[in-house]
Write a protein that binds this ligand. Structure first.
Ligand SMILES: O=C(O)CNC(=O)[C@H](CS)NC(=O)CCC(=O)C(=O)O
Length: 322
């Protein structure tokens, strides 16, 4: 009897996940009550005006197509071609660019996740350092939350032509912020490289997140090797939706990004993928029943034994034969 139940609920989940992206997109037009999110990808350059108009167009289109929350990637404001340019184009949170987005959110009556804003630090006049800030704006134009990227991408991969030192211009954020209640559910905030640190996603899940977000500008080499695997792993471990807006294509002569802005459901199924070629968006229904069902049927968070691993020295294998 128990086996039977288990089997049938597993089957139920499997058939749900087999519905796939097209079904979900079609369903959006039906009477379904589930809110719709738009996950965008863009090719930002050092030209802030051009980036703003490209993003504005995407927001308008997303709104027209029924999205109540729109996700833009890390560096939605710009991707600089040198450390000096990146720094000089930065603005404070109260500056022109965020103010334009708050007005747009109000005008379009839409919620925004702006991942990876180049925010001038609190001591800018002295240290000329910035934060990499993920900003959540509601449909009234209020800034509800600002999360500053914790893990900085200081990585050299000589064989892959990757060499970036984010800490040369960025201050790491000090802490996580509580998940934000939005029309699509409770959204936990990360940025790009944070994706590689599962303890952050688990902490957000423990604090109530239904949805994790990793707005990104992944390099082509690391994206091809790791992007989808990491996003799906975070979704499967936390049993959250994972929404990841992305940069795609060539930003300037020295830098390109992998793209594939992705939406993953709590079962690890990819609901939408923007591809690796050009700007665009995917629209997905965020059905929180999927979160609840997945967690109920496989309660991994209740099965967790991390205290045993971290604090119980008996769990550590003793060397033998010596
Ligand atoms: O520099 C800017 O203007 C915006 N910030 C970024 O693009 C950041 C820091 S250089 N990029 C990443 O974290 C890529 C991570 C990555 O590719 C991986 O984890 O594999």
């Amino acid at each position: 009897m128990f086996m039977c139940n288990l089997r049938s609920s597993v089957k139920h989940l499997a058939s749900l996940s087999a519905l796939g992206r097209h079904h979900i997109l079609q369903n959006r037009m039906s009477t379904s009550p589930n809110p719709v999110a738009a996950i965008c990808q863009i090719t930002a350059t050092p030209n802030k005006e051009a980036n703003f108009s490209a993003c504005k167009q995407l927001l308008e289109e997303a709104r027209q197509r029924g999205a109540c929350m729109v996700f833009l990637p890390e560096g939605f404001d710009y991707i600089g071609s040198s450390r000096e340019e990146t720094l000089s184009l930065s603005e404070p949170l109260g500056g022109d660019i965020i103010s334009r987005y708050t007005q747009l959110a109000r005008k379009l009556d839409v919620w925004l996740s702006l991942g990876g804003f180049h925010e001038r630090g609190h001591d800018w006049e002295n240290d000329r350092r910035i934060y990499n800030s993920h900003v959540i704006i509601n449909n009234k134009g209020d800034i509800l939350s600002v999360y500053r990227k914790s893990h900085l991408f200081d990585v050299e991969l000589p064989e892959k032509g990757v060499s970036l030192k984010e800490s040369a211009f960025t201050i790491p954020g000090g802490s996580l912020v509580p998940p934000v209640q939005t029309p699509i559910g409770k959204v936990g905030l990360g940025v790009c490289y944070d994706l590689r640190f599962p303890e952050l996603s688990l902490a957000l899940q423990r604090h109530g997140a239904d949805i994790l977000t990793y707005p990104s500008a992944f390099t082509v080499a690391t994206g091809a090797a790791h992007w989808e695997v990491l996003l799906r792993a975070r979704a499967i471990e936390t049993q959250c939706f994972v929404l990841a807006a992305a940069q795609v294509g060539r930003h300037h002569e020295k830098r390109s990004s992998y793209g594939h802005a992705l939406a993953v459901d709590p079962w690890g199924e990819v609901l939408g993928d923007c591809g690796g070629e050009k700007p665009g968006m995917v629209l997905v229904e965020v059905n929180l029943d999927k979160v609840n069902r997945t967690r109920k049927n496989m309660p991994v968070q209740q099965h967790r034994r991390d205290t045993a691993f971290y604090h119980n020295t008996n769990m550590v294998a003793k060397p033998t034969g010596q």
